[in-house]
Design a protein around this ligand. Structure first.
Ligand SMILES: *[C@@H]1O[C@H](CO)[C@@H](O)[C@H](O)[C@H]1NC(C)=O
Ligand SMILES: *[C@@H]1O[C@H](CO)[C@@H](O)[C@H](O)[C@H]1NC(C)=O
Length: 408
């Protein structure tokens, strides 16, 4: 009974105010340069992999052509290292002229012509993380500049700033974005800056949610399953707190989805994708869409996982238990009473963990029963009643995930 109550409660939490710009009603989906292309500015020697308008245009082409746009991926985003070394004589930001010869307005127009949106990066501090001009003292001008260029998303980083000021600086930028009258999705690193103060400040997530559409609150993800496990661990540890602040208009951002990368096995990649969907996290991939393995592409386009991520309730899953490295996460989805269930196995030995569960112990307690589908293969597992048994095996470093739709 307690289990049913937890799930019911988490589905009915009355959220505090979200940023009132009409954006991020479900978690944003898109692509970002950072993990895959980092701060490669060497276009002379590495023309196909450097941060440039050509790279962004090619990714936009692939997002539009290869089914990503139809699946919901919408924002094509630049991270650090797009800027020129200095502001112009009017103090306005300017892109590096060699790598962005046509300027940002041209690039935004191009991305828009593909039916997509353009994201850009700046920093609350005096410099960006890579040392380019930061927005401190210029936030109003920079917000105007981004709006004039036709930017649709701003990732606002927290390097070279005093993170104790984040609670003033991030809301100020939010206000300046609002004053432009252009709808710009606001992706904040405010809590991440405060995390680096080592608990000398407790993040006020209610305030963050009022100013930001998405917010990073942990270290950067890297193309390595240990990194993914540490993020899942952090979200598990703070589950009860974070759940209160996730919902339409504002979402926790555990960082980029690295499906299609080099450092994780296919199973590890699908575990990341599944857990991000359970969290209602932004699905912002960082990979090379020009040369992505078929298996990775299929995973990124998996309609079941995307539907869980994009569920209109926007709830963060509840972590029900962890035992010997195996975790059970359950997320309420529509129609009311339905659930997504994920077993996350952080063990990497042997042939996995076999498990027999009674459906009601997984949250399936409604006597009407559930239509159950496994998400990776799309296998129909038939109907389960509360006293039915579910027999599964969770592979090492993998997830077993099902969608359980309530029967009427
Ligand atoms: C600015 O804020 C007001 C009040 O919260 C809101 O109604 C409006 O839609 C916002 N505009 C933009 C462009 O975000
Ligand atoms: C926080 O802790 C890390 C690691 O222990 C350390 O490198 C960093 O300097 C600390 N930051 C502050 C602001 O004390």
């Amino acid at each position: 009974m307690w289990l049913q109550q937890i799930l019911l409660l988490s589905g009915l939490v009355t959220l505090c105010f979200s940023l009132d710009n009409g954006l991020a009603r479900t978690p944003p989906m898109g692509w970002l340069t950072w993990t895959r292309f980092s701060c490669n500015t060497n276009c002379e020697q590495d023309p196909d992999y450097c941060i440039s308008e050509k790279l962004v245009m090619q990714m936009a082409d692939h997002m539009a052509m290869d089914g990503y746009k139809e699946a919901g991926y919408e924002y094509v985003c630049l991270d650090d290292c797009w800027l020129a070394a200095e502001r112009d004589v009017f103090h306005q930001l300017q892109p590096d002229r060699k790598r962005f010869p046509h300027g940002m307005k041209y690039l935004a127009d191009y991305v828009h012509s593909k039916g997509l949106k353009l994201g850009i990066y700046e920093d609350f501090g005096t410099k960006t993380c890579a040392g380019f001009p930061g927005s401190e003292f210029y936030m109003e001008l920079d917000a105007k500049t981004f709006a004039e260029w036709g930017i649709d998303l701003l990732k606002f980083d927290t390097c070279h700033s005093d993170a104790r000021e984040n609670k003033y600086g991030y809301p100020a930028m939010s206000m300046y974005l609002n004053q432009t009258n252009r709808k710009i999705l606001y992706s904040c690193e405010w809590p991440y800056g405060e995390l680096q103060l080592n608990a000398s400040i407790q993040t006020d997530y209610s305030a963050v949610r009022t100013s930001c559409n998405t917010w990073r609150n942990f270290w950067d993800v890297s193309d390595d399953f240990n990194s993914v496990k540490s993020i899942v661990g952090f979200y598990g540890k703070n589950n009860a707190l974070f759940q209160k602040y996730s919902g339409p208009g504002g979402f926790f951002d555990p960082d980029q989805v690295l499906v299609g990368g080099f450092g994780m096995s296919h199973y590890q990649q699908r575990a990341q994708m599944a857990m991000w969907a359970m969290f209602s996290a932004p699905l912002i991939m960082s990979n090379d869409l020009r040369s992505i393995p078929a298996e990775a592409k299929q995973l990124l386009l998996n309609k079941y996982i995307i539907s869980v991520d994009q569920d209109p309730l926007g709830t963060m899953a509840t972590k029900l238990w962890e035992f010997n490295g195996l975790q059970l996460w359950v997320k309420p989805i529509v129609p009311t009473g339905s659930l997504a269930i994920a077993f996350f196995n952080s063990n990497n030995y042997g042939s996995g963990t076999p498990l027999v569960s009674v459906a009601s112990d997984l949250g399936m307690a409604d006597a009407r029963g559930y239509q159950v589908t496994e998400v990776f293969e799309g296998t129909d597992l038939g109907t389960l009643k509360p006293d039915s048994k579910l027999s599964i095996r969770v592979n090492p470093d993998d997830v077993y995930m099902i969608i359980c739709k309530i029967l009427s």
